[in-house]
Design a protein around this ligand. Structure first.
Ligand code: PRP
Ligand code: URA
Length: 209
């Protein structure tokens, strides 16, 4: 079973509180999502492989470590996943970015695919699927299905807030995927929203609705 990692650094907990607050405006919301994503990227990259190199200091040769092999690929799920990309890129600037367009049908809660564009060398990269909300898990599972069907190698799912229902759904369908969250909430409500959650992430990021 993949790991479930709650990134509960005090700075992340502090910022998530303000992300949840309905009084937080669009500008502040976007900035906070960016900051939390950057902080989460530190935890997500904890296990990247390193190789040993020699470096000349002004004094003598030293042995050092550098990140080995190809960097990662980030796959935000449109729209709301876009709000997390720049924060992660601040920590992993060489990552390439692909996009998967999915939206939840408001009646059925089923994900509807409308876009997929992936970097040319995507099959050689370790992929991180990014979406602020993991509610029923339908969107994340559909994105992971799409990537695996195309021969890609997603290894991690990064979300801000999840419901236990969504975590279970991804763990059942994609037991190989590590899930990283800033917070694990209580439940879903009858409309498929996370409780207490933060409301509609896409609307709060982009000021829609
Ligand atoms: C939200 C969110 C996830 C999805 C989560 O997107 O960003 O993609 O819902 O719900 P699920 O786990 O039940 O699938 P939404 O469909 O509202 O689209 P948007 O990003 O375009 O606002
Ligand atoms: N999508 C959101 O944006 N928020 C939720 O709570 C659930 C799905």
């Amino acid at each position: 079973m993949g790991r479930l990692v709650i990134c509960d650094h005090p700075l992340i907990q502090h910022k998530v509180t303000f992300i949840r607050d309905k009084m937080t405006n669009t500008k502040q919301f976007r900035e906070l999502v960016d900051e939390v994503s950057m902080l989460m990227a530190y935890e997500i990259t904890r296990d990247v492989p390193l190789s040993t190199v020699q470096v000349e200091t002004p004094i003598q040769t030293a042995e050092g470590k550098v990140i080995a092999g190809r960097m990662m690929g980030l796959i935000p799920i449109l729209r709301a996943g876009l709000g997390m990309v720049d924060g992660v890129l601040k920590i992993i600037p060489s990552a390439k970015v692909g996009h998967i367009g999915l939206y939840r049908d408001h009646e059925t809660l089923q994900p509807v695919e409308y876009y997929c564009s992936l970097p040319s060398d995507v099959a050689e990269r370790e992929l991180i699927v990014i979406d602020p909300m993991l509610a029923t898990g339908g969107s994340a599972n559909a994105a992971l299905d799409m990537l695996k069907n195309k021969g890609c190698r997603p290894t991690k799912l990064m979300c801000l807030i999840a419901a236990p229902e969504g975590v279970r759904a991804v763990q059942e369908r994609h037991p190989d995927i590590d899930i990283y969250l800033a917070a694990l909430d209580e439940k879903l409500n009858d409309n498929g929203y996370i409780v207490p959650g933060l409301g509609d992430a896409g609307d709060r990021l982009y000021g829609t609705k």
